[in-house]
Design a protein around this ligand. Structure first.
Ligand SMILES: *Cc1c(COP(=O)(O)O)cnc(C)c1O
Length: 400
């Protein structure tokens, strides 16, 4: 329904634009038959415990997909990161360099692994921690560098690889948001000591839950496998192990999703282009564009809410949420600004703090159609014209 006046906005009591929520999660649903065909393999061979034939197949397929020697599956991206931090960080040293504008659990994982986060800035243009951002954070106690791929592009792979190698430091990438991307024609997955991916339902590759690590190194793959507690593992004195094995059901789903990934990316591209045309000419909301030469997965839709836009980023999100458009802040709070119950290095990061107030994720993924997107963009156009009045009314509402 086209909004005619402010009173038509759901936040002021009007009817919602959508009955069903429009999420920012990807939620791909591969063919149910394909999922069942994979699952049937586990049923037939009777191996129902995790890490069976389906997990082995998934690891092989993912290693091929990323054109890399090894893939080790985990029960989540979270535990894959934990294993990487625990096993690959330099012994006898305690600091881990990571961006603050990133995945909200990144610092907690470091704390769990016994490492002290030292937060670095991000480059304002790409929102990723480039070598220039990381360099001032390195010292004699640096145990690891984490490079994080931003959600609509690539990390500074070349710069970070060079810096880590010059300093003899382990470099790992959180590559969760760049599963499909290529760097100089090579798919992500073979850079640094290891790269970490997620199979969560909100991501490009959906295994309901799950994660994996890719690496070119036999030694790294072996030490990661050693952290996984299997039914036959014996616990050596002092070793750290945890049960983070991927289950066969999750592997079946991820395999089915992998079969469908190229067509999913085509659908994502359609959604991205629907936003591109719907937001054209809208003053104050800037769509962050994908670089076509990276061969992106076109999953995330992220916009910058500029100073000339009438509403604040957070008010805009509140207005959209009331319409069942589940836009979200990217990121609502940088990690260094949070309370942490473990050792870390306090800092102030002006660029990160400024960027954390400006960006929003808009609905994307398989539950959102190009027609939905056109309605979302119409609503933003309406807000652009009526934003000043909406701002006054929101302010009044907050004071009463
Ligand atoms: C989702 C996410 C993770 C964690 O993956 P899970 O499988 O959900 O544990 C890590 N890093 C980034 C950048 C993410 O977006």
């Amino acid at each position: 329904m086209l909004k005619q006046s402010l009173a038509d906005l759901a936040i002021f009591g009007g009817a919602r634009e959508f009955e069903d929520p429009k999420p920012i999660s990807n939620l791909p649903r591969p063919s149910f038959e394909t999922f069942c065909e994979y699952l049937e393999i586990a049923y037939a061979n009777g191996q129902l415990t995790g890490g069976g034939e389906l997990v082995a197949r998934l690891e092989r397929r993912l290693a091929e997909f990323h054109d890399v020697e090894h893939c080790v599956a985990f029960s989540s991206g979270f535990w894959a990161l934990a294993a990487v931090m625990k096993t690959l960080s330099r012994e006898g040293r305690s600091e881990i360099v990571m961006p603050s504008l990133t995945y909200r659990r990144m610092a907690d994982i470091a704390g769990w692994a016994g490492l002290k986060p030292r937060f670095c800035e991000v480059d304002p243009a790409t929102m990723t921690n480039t070598a220039t951002c990381v360099l001032p954070c390195l010292n004699d106690d640096t145990a690891m560098i984490v490079g994080v791929h931003p959600i609509n592009g690539l990390a500074d792979i070349g710069g970070l690889v060079e810096l880590a190698s010059a300093r003899g430091l382990p470099l790992v990438f959180d590559s969760v948001e760049s599963v499909y991307e290529c760097f100089h024609g090579e798919r992500i997955g073979r850079f640094g000591r290891a790269e970490v991916f997620s199979l969560g339902a909100s991501k490009l590759l959906n295994g309901f839950e799950g994660g994996y690590v890719t690496t070119r190194s036999d030694e790294v793959a072996e030490s990661l496998r050693q952290t996984l507690l299997t039914p036959t593992t014996s616990l050596a004195e002092g070793s750290v192990k945890f049960n983070a094995i991927l289950s066969e059901v999750h592997a079946a789903m991820a395999l089915a999703c992998l079969d469908d990934i190229d067509s999913q990316v085509i659908r994502n591209k359609g959604r991205y282009f629907a936003y591109k045309s719907g937001l054209r000419g809208l003053r104050g909301v800037r769509l962050l564009e994908f670089d076509e030469s990276d061969r992106p997965g076109y999953k995330n839709i992220i916009v910058e809410v500029m100073p000339e836009w009438p509403l604040s980023r957070d008010d805009t999100i509140a207005v959209l949420n009331a319409e069942m458009i589940l836009a979200r802040a990217y990121y609502p709070q940088p990690l260094h600004a949070r309370k942490m119950g473990f050792p870390h290095i306090p800092c102030s990061l002006p660029t990160t703090e400024r960027l954390a107030t400006r960006f929003a994720l808009l609905p994307c993924g398989e539950l959102v159609t190009p027609a939905d997107i056109s309605r979302i963009c119409d609503l933003l156009q309406f807000l652009s014209k009526n934003g000043e009045a909406a701002k006054d009314r929101l302010a009044k509402r907050q004071t009463t």
